[in-house]
Design a binder for this molecule. Structure first.
Ligand code: ZN
Length: 279
């Protein structure tokens, strides 16, 4: 066993034990009254806070920065998902939150006010280029195991004719695994500002990249259609003027080396949300 792997295992175990031992305040159990309300009310701590989620974010950052797929980083991400799952089940057992719904037959389309047929890049989902491993990159070498979902904005403003921002929405109920904000062209990062959303009903993780702003925090429980942030142009390639404004949306499967899954069929028949930005 390598030193870094030993260290990772020890960090993961310590964090997991501390999570299991910490009682969570019951005041955090109430869900937002509207499923479309942002769940990051500053007064309200995340539903499932854990140091393990910080570890997961760091592991994901390494994965995206280095274009590698280190087994120890995937192990950290797996442990964070297991912790979220355990927390969700515990809260359900304590009747602090309603049970998570089963896998939705139809998703909410992840970009507000856009119809799948107007938003999805490439004819018939051809924008999805297979790769047999998790990646934050898109290139001839890595493929593009994701769908780019475009918005109709004016002069790459991220806003429509009425000046409304487009929002990134939870396709179904889940828990926020990690987020990043504060991307600049100088500090790098292929995905820019992003949200990783764990979807317990399918045991999938959804990756929402190139966001402008992020409205949720790691550990938040969100309902289907909840606002995760605003669609933007952050990220190495998305920032460039040649790139139309879009959401990079990928699905990965934890526990199976984070294999990418093509969500084309679910996206194509997703229902359109009329959510509009609050400003
Ligand atoms: Zn993309």
């Amino acid at each position: 066993m390598t030193d870094i792997f030993k260290k990772t295992v020890s960090v993961v175990l310590t964090a997991f034990l501390s999570l299991a031992a910490t009682p969570e305040p019951t005041s955090t159990a109430r869900l937002a009254p509207s499923s479309l309300a942002p769940s990051s009310d500053d007064e309200r701590p995340p539903a499932c806070a854990s140091p393990l989620l910080d570890e997961a974010r760091a592991a994901h950052e390494r994965l995206c920065q280095e274009e590698t797929c280190a087994p120890e980083d995937l192990a950290v991400l797996d442990a964070a998902v297991a912790a979220l799952r355990a927390c969700a089940l515990r809260r359900q057992e304590l009747s602090e939150v309603p049970p998570l719904p089963a896998a939705a037959a139809r998703w909410i389309f992840p970009v507000s006010r856009m119809r799948p047929q107007d938003s999805m890049g490439g004819p018939d989902g051809k924008g999805y280029l297979k790769n047999r491993r998790v990646t934050c990159y898109a290139s001839a070498r890595t493929g593009h195991p994701a769908h780019d979902l475009f918005v109709r904005d004016r002069r790459q403003s991220g806003r429509d004719r009425e000046g409304r921002a487009f929002e990134a929405l939870a396709v179904e109920a889940g828990y926020v695994l990690a987020t990043r904000e504060g991307w600049t062209p100088e500090n790098g990062g292929a995905g820019g500002n992003y949200v990783l959303l764990y979807l317990p009903a399918r045991n999938w993780v959804a990756y929402y990249a190139h966001l402008d702003t992020v409205a949720v925090r790691a550990g938040d429980r969100v309902e289907a259609g909840a606002v995760l942030g605003k669609i933007g142009r952050s990220g190495r390639n998305a920032w460039a003027s040649r790139s139309p404004t879009h959401l990079h949306f990928a699905i990965w499967e934890p526990g199976r080396n984070w294999m990418p899954i093509d969500p084309y069929a679910m996206l194509r028949r997703a229902s359109v949300s009329s959510a509009s930005a609050s400003e």
